[in-house]
Structure formats: structure tokens, C-alpha cells
Design a protein around this ligand. Structure first.
Ligand SMILES: Cc1cc2nc3c(=O)[nH]c(=O)nc-3n(C[C@H](O)[C@H](O)[C@H](O)COP(=O)(O)O)c2cc1C
Length: 331
């Protein structure tokens, strides 16, 4: 007999959807199958083709959602007893990526407590004398993260991050796509549901209006005048980080699997009482990827999947999650 009921599925999806996704696009859907299994389904209409041309980050996002489901099951003493990953690419608008057989008898996972607290921290960080102790915990908790704590190195990486980001922002298509996922006005009907709103981006109303212009019609002229770089710089924020955390996984690993670990690594950061924000451009830009690999001495067997800036929040954080309604996530 299947353990899964429609009511339970709604509760599980409400928690699984708290997983991070690239630009908060939320490509994952869930479907109860006639044989009692649960399918993780890709809504193929939800994409960021310019920022993520290979679909890598979408698959990482699906992996994070899968881990979100595993954690939601865990809170109820349930587990994924079997995971069948589809190896054929489907052309269906709702493509099944994997099928989960749900079982019972899960041992409690300490990371479940971090699920409602984790968020992308996009403000500057506060300095704290406890940072060192918290940061020491991190590499010990996982072998796939490398913590760079040296202040000079963090400052240098802040410059690389700005350069990498600008290399993408200079592409008009990239800016156009980014703006379609940015919800810069609360009047946007999707403001609370998907994409990156002002609150998530830690932007005031004035900053949001500025961002619309700088990323929109004014970019070419501002870039020519040499002003775009400083207007878009995140250097001060990155430099205020207590550490830069490199997330590496074995080369050739399915990004669906990497995504599960990406979410768990981020939850470990929360468990250490720290907050984080990914800086994907550092991993996606070949030059900064190479420099970081060299700095951390990563071997050929490791792939630098993503990079986080990590630190202590400046204010007591009250995480808000802007997500699609559960009904839209069940197909
Ligand atoms: C694969 C991946 C890449 C991401 N890259 C970035 C990034 O480069 N910059 C950023 O600010 N957030 C990045 N994020 C964070 C998402 O924007 C964030 O998870 C999403 O907006 C949901 O918000 P939350 O993390 O606060 O729940 C990334 C998330 C994922 C899963």
C-alpha cells in the first residue's frame, strides 16, 4: 500500500519548495504515479536559457528540490527507499526526471531544522568574533567544501567576482533575461511567487528603480563611461564575508546529485549559524573558475560547481520565502 496520500503530498511539497533554485525560477513539479511512487517532474517551460544555456543550473535546482523532498519526508519518519533516475531525455512539457519509492524508518536528519531558516543573504555581513569557530565547523561537516578565510584572498576574490559578473552582464540577452526574473515593483503579479523581488535582493525602492535603468536602457552608455562596473559592484558585500566557500563535486557527477549536496552544504552553513549567498558567476566564468581552482589547489578530479560568500547576518534575519502556490507545483 502506498504511504503517499494527496494531503500528505501537499504538506511535503510545501516544504520541498523551500529549496533554492536559480533566479528562483522553480522548475520542479511533483506527480503521484498510479503505482504509488512519486515523480519529480521538470516543467520544461521554466528556463533561464541565457544564464544557463546547458540547463546545468536547472538540473542542480531540481536536485535541491529532490533533497528538499527527502528532508520533508525525513521530518515524518519517511525516506526515499529507492530513486530511479530517468536516463532518457523527454520532450514532454512535463518530463519525469526521477521516480521515488517512499519507505518508512528514517533516522532523524539534523538539517531539517535549517530548512525554514535558510535563505539567500544579499546584504553585507557583520563581523563577529565567533566567525572563526563557526567556519571551522564547516569543512569538518562536509568534504566537498573548501573554506577560504584569509582576508586578503577574500578581498581579491571580491574583485574577481565583480569582473566575472560584469562579463555576463555585458551581454544584452543576459541583462534582458535577468530583468524578466527580477520583480522590481510590488505591483508585479508574481512579486511574492517567483523570481527575485526587491526584498529578496535587499534593495530599496530607489535602488530597484536604479537597477531597472542600469540593467536596461542606460547600460551601454554607462559602460562606455566606465560607470556600470561601480554601479553594479557587489565588492563591498563580498569583501565583508567571513569566508568564501567553494563547493566542489566529482567531475562527471549528475548535476541532480550535485544539487542535493549543494542544498545540504547550504543548510550546513545555516546550522553553523551563518548565512550565505551563491556567486555563480565565479564558477561559470572560466577565468575566475581557473583562478579559484589554483588558489584552493583543486585537482582535475574535482569540479568547482558553485561559490558562496558566507558570514554573519547584520540584523536578526527573518527569512521569507517567495514561492509558487503548492497547487501549481503538483501536476
Ligand atoms: C544553482 C543555483 C545558482 C544560484 N546562483 C545565484 C547567484 O549567482 N546569485 C544569487 O544572488 N543567488 C543565486 N542563487 C540563489 C537563488 O537565487 C535563490 O535560491 C532563490 O532566489 C530562492 O531564494 P532563497 O534562497 O532565499 O530561498 C542560486 C541558486 C541556485 C540553486
Amino acid at each position: 500500500m502506498s504511504l503517499l496520500t494527496p494531503d500528505l503530498l501537499r504538506e511535503l511539497v510545501a516544504e520541498a519548495r523551500l529549496a533554492p533554485s536559480v533566479h528562483n525560477i522553480q522548475p520542479t513539479r511533483w506527480q503521484m504515479l498510479a503505482d504509488g511512487r512519486l515523480a519529480l517532474v521538470d516543467d520544461t517551460s521554466v528556463r533561464a536559457p541565457v544564464a544557463d544555456p546547458t540547463g546545468h543550473d536547472v538540473r542542480v535546482s531540481h536536485g535541491a528540490a529532490l533533497e528538499g523532498m527527502s528532508l520533508a519526508l525525513n521530518r515524518r519518519g519517511l525516506l526515499i527507499a529507492d530513486l530511479a533516475i530517468e536516463d532518457q531525455k523527454s520532450t514532454s512539457p512535463h518530463a519525469v526526471l526521477c521516480r521515488l519509492t517512499i519507505g518508512s524508518g528514517a533516522a532523524s536528519d539534523p538539517l531539517t531544522a535549517s530548512v525554514p531558516r535558510r535563505m539567500s543573504w544579499r546584504s553585507t555581513f557583520a563581523a563577529s568574533p565567533q566567525d572563526e569557530t563557526s567556519l571551522m565547523q564547516l569543512p569538518a561537516s562536509r568534504s566537498d567544501i573548501v573554506c577560504i578565510r584569509d582576508h586578503k584572498a577574500v578581498a581579491e576574490i571580491s574583485t574577481w567576482a565583480d569582473e566575472a559578473e560584469l562579463s555576463f552582464i555585458r551581454e544584452a540577452d543576459f541583462r534582458r533575461e535577468l530583468l524578466t526574473w527580477m520583480r522590481l515593483s510590488p505591483n508585479d503579479p508574481l512579486y511574492l511567487q517567483s523570481g527575485l523581488n526587491r526584498e529578496a535582493l535587499a534593495m530599496s525602492a530607489v535602488e530597484a528603480s536604479g537597477a531597472r535603468l542600469v540593467l536596461g536602457p542606460l547600460f551601454p552608455v554607462l559602460d562606455k563611461l566606465g560607470l556600470a562596473a561601480s554601479l553594479l559592484s557587489d565588492r563591498a558585500k563580498t569583501q565583508s564575508a567571513a569566508a568564501i566557500v567553494l563547493f566542489r563535486r566529482p567531475r562527471g557527477e549528475d548535476p541532480l546529485v550535485s544539487g542535493r549536496h549543494f542544498y545540504r552544504a547550504w543548510l550546513e552553513i545555516d546550522r553553523a549559524d551563518l548565512v550565505a549567498c551563491p556567486i555563480s558567476s565565479l564558477a561559470d566564468n572560466p577565468a575566475s573558475n581557473d583562478k579559484l581552482r589554483a588558489l584552493a589547489g583543486l585537482g582535475d578530479e574535482a569540479r568547482l560547481v558553485n561559490v558562496f560568500r558566507v558570514g554573519r547576518p547584520t540584523a536578526s534575519r527573518s527569512p521569507r520565502h517567495f514561492r509558487l502556490p503548492v497547487d501549481q507545483l503538483i501536476v
